[in-house]
Design a protein around this ligand. Structure first.
Ligand code: GLA
Length: 394
């Protein structure tokens, strides 16, 4: 597909060790060291213990020296490290130094796979084929991100593997029938691949043995200046959406799909995130800022397309988001602490609006809003989703 910008990585980066050229499978017995060596496109190391089980951190390094670190607890992207326009590396996602801290610090879904149903279901209730199901209302009065113990808080089976597209990590888990109130045994595979054009590609696949609802996404919090480097209000955002789903005061879509024209939700041309966030606008009040789903233009099942770009003028870093999903949630860290910042990775702190999330998804509350694309998955069908977060400079 055509891209609006060409991504360049500058010569300085070429001086970094190239790690991913070998066709070999990562050898998990020789991966104690944390340095990238020529044959070490994938490393595995312990990252803490949760519920008495050891959690592993997988470091994927592509041939440009770009790094993605992912753990098998929650499928969480812990780090995504790439150069700025001068070749200086920084980690552009928020996170913690160990798996345990994601629990003890009550991570606000940093980097995780959100599911079974990412985003909200009104009052935690929905009906399929005449049968009503009740879920946790963990975001009073609604259900959020899969409930009390969603996919973000589960340990997944992990299989690291070198592929022709780059180093990858395949995560697998069967969510049992009735888990968090959802029907059906849901067999889910999420594969992260760090491609050689610096994309973190996420492929999701799921099957069920009973009719169910499903909406999977990744909840990475980005700051293109580097995590802990201040607010993201100067980042210039483009979203390929003519319409969005306005919300009520509890963040449930009202059901209509108005045009973004003439509103602070018009990001069709790159616009600083902070340019209109303080406007006197009912929707911004309901979301406490941007916390809304956008309706992706020309979205069709299975068609991977550019849905958003974000450019940080200071560092020059550019994020391109491609997805085949019909919706994209923009959330800009409105619930990160205003006064007492969180202690994050590497001694950095995170505060109010110091990160943004672009969560590719079906529309919020679609189990209850039949005019929205259907989130129902039936036995015999396979759910597919692909989303790519690609880092470059401009
Ligand atoms: C999503 C929601 C937000 C908030 C964050 C996590 O993006 O839309 O309202 O709950 O997750 O803090």
């Amino acid at each position: 597909m055509k891209r609006p910008y060409r991504i360049h990585f500058i010569a300085a980066l070429l001086a970094l060790p190239f790690g991913a050229c070998q066709e070999e499978k990562a050898d998990s017995s020789s991966n104690e060291s944390s340095t990238v060596s020529d044959s070490n496109a994938i490393k595995e190391e312990p990252f803490g213990t949760i519920d008495g089980q050891e959690v592993q951190l997988y470091t994927l390094t592509n041939e440009n020296g770009v790094v993605a670190k992912i753990m098998n607890y929650g499928g969480i992207v812990v780090s995504f490290i790439a150069p700025d326009k001068d070749g200086n590396l920084a980690d552009v996602v928020l996170g913690f130094d160990s798996a345990d801290e994601y629990v003890s610090k009550e991570s606000p879904y940093f980097g995780c796979i959100a599911g079974r149903y990412a985003n909200r279901i009104a009052k935690g209730k929905f009906t399929i084929d005449g049968k009503e199901y009740t879920l946790a209302t963990n975001n009073d009065p609604n259900h959020l991100h899969g409930g009390d113990k969603g996919f973000d808080k589960r340990i997944w089976d992990a299989e690291p593997k070198m592929t022709p597209d780059g180093p990858s990590l395949k995560l697998h888990r069967v969510s049992p029938d009735g888990e968090e109130g959802y029907p059906g045994n849901l067999d889910t595979t999420v594969t992260y691949t760090l491609t050689d054009d610096n994309g973190l590609k996420i492929d999701y696949e799921a099957t069920t043995d009973k009719p169910t609802v499903l909406n999977l996404t990744n909840h990475s919090y980005f700051n293109l200046g580097g995590h802990g480097s201040g607010t993201i209000l100067d980042h210039e955002l483009m979203i390929a959406a003519d319409r969005y789903t306005p919300i009520d005061a509890t963040s449930i879509p009202l059901g209509d799909l108005p045009s973004v024209e003439g509103t602070p939700f018009d990001f069709r041309k790159p616009t600083p995130i902070g340019a209109r966030i303080g406007e006197d606008n009912e929707q911004l009040k309901n979301g406490l800022g941007y916390d809304h789903n956008f309706v992706i233009k020309d979205s069709r099942d299975g068609k991977l397309q550019l849905v958003a770009t974000v450019h940080d003028p200071d560092s020059g870093r550019l994020l391109e988001v491609e997805s085949d999903e019909p919706g994209l949630q923009l959330y800009v860290g409105n619930f990160l602490p205003k006064d007492d910042p969180m202690q994050g990775k590497d001694g950095k702190t995170y505060g109010y609006r110091e990160a943004f999330c672009l969560e590719a998804q079906t529309f919020p509350d679609s189990p209850n809003q039949t005019q929205f694309p259907s989130p129902v998955l039936r036995p015999g069908e396979t759910y597919h989703q692909t989303t790519i977060y690609r880092l470059g400079v401009k």
